[in-house]
Design a protein around this ligand. Sequence first.
Ligand code: CO
Length: 153
Amino acid sequence: MAKRDILKFGEDALRKKCRTVTSFDERLWELLDDMAETLHGEQGVGLAAPQVGILRRAVIIDLDDGKGVIELINPEIVSQEGTQVGNEGCLSAPGEWCEVERPAKVTVKAQNRHGEEFTVSGKELLARALCHEIDHLDGILFTDRVKQDIPKR
Ligand code: CO
């Protein structure tokens, strides 16, 4: 395992639409392991592959709640309800925090590192993290979701 460099806002890779993962092989597992090591060295709850320069649909989330890392490959939001507004940041924008509106609850369908489908439902911070990380896979940054008038990055 190795830590990878986290790209910062302004890098092209953060604005690309990522490709579907089709090979659930050692290369993917190494990426996921490296992403976990990278995340655990930072004060963050999630990391998406494009943040380490890999344009594939893979994200990890670790809420530091003792439940460990959730790996989501090819994740899709299948349902959402309600809204929540809260402060949000991103490891690609250190020190920047904005109020962002997200669904109160989401259900996400994804595959695990072996290609097996599962669903995960989350509210509060988990819902926020799922939406934030899945946005990364489509080149959407949290600052795009801010309603107040701040410059787009
Ligand atoms: Co982010």
